[in-house]
Design a binder for this molecule. Structure first.
Ligand code: ZN
Length: 53
């Protein structure tokens, strides 16, 4: 499993934060890639460093 989730649970309001970073489908993501999620409910922005398990 090496794909960034389209949505994550917002830590602020438990809503659905959506992935704002465009990831080309044919591209493998490197560990450490910064991803930006935005929550439409509380307008929160979350930066996540991609670290595949
Ligand atoms: Zn939120």
């Amino acid at each position: 499993m090496s794909e960034a989730p389209e949505t994550i649970v917002c830590v602020e309001c438990l809503g659905q934060a959506r992935l704002m970073t465009r990831i080309p489908e044919d591209e493998t993501m490197e560990p450490g890639t910064p991803l930006v999620y935005h929550c439409p409910d509380c307008y929160g922005r979350f930066d996540v460093i991609w670290e595949p398990e």
